[in-house]
Write a protein that binds this ligand. Sequence first.
Ligand SMILES: [Zn+2]
Length: 80
Amino acid sequence: MRNENQKLSDFQPLSKAANDAKRQFCKECMITKIRYDAKQLGYPMSYYEGSAKHNNEENACVGCYWYDPLEFKRHLKEKK
Ligand SMILES: [Zn+2]
């Protein structure tokens, strides 16, 4: 069922494929202790928060591209 009045932003607009990729990449973050560097995807910055170091805490991936690609892109626009 489709509701045309719902905005795309009302959802966590990640496809299943994107969610699978995210889970896979963040698993690697945990193993390597180094968070995914978004520069590998051609972005001009690596993380929107924090550094490359993964501290193994529950929210350690916050700031890494795969944690929230949309949030990452929002930060890209802010950074001038
Ligand atoms: Zn991660």
